[in-house]
Write a protein that binds this ligand. Structure first.
Ligand SMILES: Nc1ncnc2c1ncn2[C@@H]1O[C@H](COP(=O)(O)OP(=O)(O)OP(=O)(O)O)[C@@H](O)[C@H]1O
Ligand SMILES: O=C(O)[C@@H](O)C(=O)CO
Length: 421
């Protein structure tokens, strides 16, 4: 029997598969659960467990409560280390939820020190002198400054984190990280002597992540994006080459996209330009009560044999703002998520077994509508996005949950080519 070593709490669903992907690629057999499993669920046989929550933008007290519930369940599984996964763009507000959840987990673990590091160099997220870069831009100059729910107007992570926590925040800067684990550990000790309990870490390459990993051995809580996971499996001497096996893919192919990020807008356009069929969801038609779900399915039915087909609500920022002005931000989001989730379920009823979903909130809604409770992580499609397999009722599905900002322009056309049938 395999005892899980690493227990992870992810604050959204695409972020959870992103983390699980990095663990699998580095040899850890990983199971992803949707929400906290019921008490009577069978013990998980894996090296790592990722509990996917939808807690990024909910009220801080709810995010804390859900994260503590996940912690208790992971502790009951016997894990040795807890990993709180947030976005590589540190998506949060002045209230949280990264700070409050970190504080609550440290308290519950009776621990006095952890790190904070969203670096994911393979996806162009780097941290230098405590500042987060997205590609060549500071976080605060990137598209994230206009995010509707978690606008990021400050790239200085020590300052951002300090606003959200009652603990003292410090920095382990690049010159230390570059010197390897022993020097990093010595800096942790020096910071603790100064009363620091949360250390932001610089990292600009995978080599840095490999330096950081061993310095985290035995630390009860790690808080990070998915990048830090790249350096952790070596701490348990795990090199499980068969970590990414999935069953053969079957059935029809579709994409459901509710992400309005720059990357997803480009991917939708590229899919359309390649001549593949697509169906746009109009949120105002949904609000009028039109049966858009039935219309989408009637459109898709004759096309599915020659799929993939794309059903999308993805739109440019001006169009989204216009809809939000009429319906309200939260109501528009929920309406579209609901519709896309119902469409995904109907597509599966119609025989779709290979499904790409774009957007974290959208993925959450779709996965819940499909009644999925666990996902097996398979091979990586592109950095941060693996194929997974999951049971939905009687069916086995292949699912790819794509974070809004991840993936090359050809992602929607390329993803299916990587599945073997
Ligand atoms: N045309 C639209 N008008 C208004 N809201 C929309 C529209 N299309 C999608 N939405 C909503 O926008 C939100 C997009 O969030 P989602 O998390 O799915 O994507 P994302 O933020 O790009 O992804 P990620 O969280 O992975 O970065 C959802 O709530 C979705 O329902
Ligand atoms: O870390 C990231 O950027 C992603 O896994 C994510 O969380 C997007 O929602």
């Amino acid at each position: 029997m395999t005892r899980p070593l690493l227990g992870c709490i992810a604050d959204d669903f695409t972020g959870a598969t992103d983390l699980a992907n990095n663990l699998v690629r580095n040899g850890m057999r990983t199971v992803q659960t949707i929400g906290v499993p019921q008490d009577d669920a069978a013990p998980v046989q894996a090296d790592a467990i990722v509990v996917a929550l939808k807690s990024r933008t909910i009220a801080p007290t709810d995010a804390v409560a859900q994260s503590l519930e996940a912690l208790r369940w992971l502790q009951a599984q016997g894990v040795q280390q807890i990993y709180f996964k947030y976005c590589s763009t540190f998506d949060s507000t002045a209230e949280g939820n990264i700070g409050p959840v970190t504080d609550a987990l440290l308290d519950a673990l009776d621990s006095r020190f952890t790190i904070a590091c969203p670096a994911f160099p393979e996806n162009q997220r780097t941290v230098f002198k405590g500042h987060l870069f997205v590609g060549d831009q500071l976080l605060s100059d990137s598209g994230m400054r206009n995010h509707p729910l978690t606008p990021m107007g400050d790239a200085n992570l020590v300052r951002v984190m300090q606003q959200q926590t009652r603990r003292k925040v410090g920095l382990v800067a690049y010159d230390v990280v570059a010197q390897g684990p022993d020097v990093i550990r010595a800096r942790f000790a020096a910071l603790q002597a100064e009363g620091v309990q949360i250390a932001v870490l610089d990292a600009i390459s995978n080599a840095d992540l490999q330096h950081i990993g061993p310095a985290l051995t035995g630390m009860p809580l790690v808080t990070a994006g998915s990048g830090i996971a790249i350096g952790l499996p070596q701490n348990w001497q795990i090199t499980n080459a068969a970590a990414d096996g999935l069953p053969s893919a079957t059935g029809l192919r579709a994409i459901v996209s509710g992400s309005c990020s720059v990357a997803t807008n480009g991917q939708v356009l590229r899919f359309q330009l390649s001549g593949r069929p697509s169906f746009a969801i109009d949120p105002l038609a949904l609000a009028r009560g039109d049966d858009v779900v039935a219309q989408a399915l009637a459109w898709a039915a004759p096309l599915l044999q020659d799929g993939p087909v794309l059903v999308y609500a993805t739109a440019e920022p001006e169009a989204v703002k216009a809809v939000q002005a009429q319906l309200g931000v939260a109501a528009a989001g929920e309406l579209v998520e609901h519709a896309l989730a119902a469409i995904a379920r109907s597509l599966v009823d119609a025989g779709v077994r290979q499904l790409v979903v774009a957007g974290g909130e959208t993925s959450g809604a779709v996965v819940q509508a499909l009644g999925i409770t666990q996902m097996v992580i398979g091979p990586q499609i592109e950095p941060g996005v693996p194929w997974t397999s999951a049971r939905s009722g009687e069916n086995t599905l292949h699912l790819a949950l794509k974070s809004g900002n991840f993936g090359s322009p050809d992602f929607f056309t390329q993803a299916f080519a990587q599945l073997h049938e």
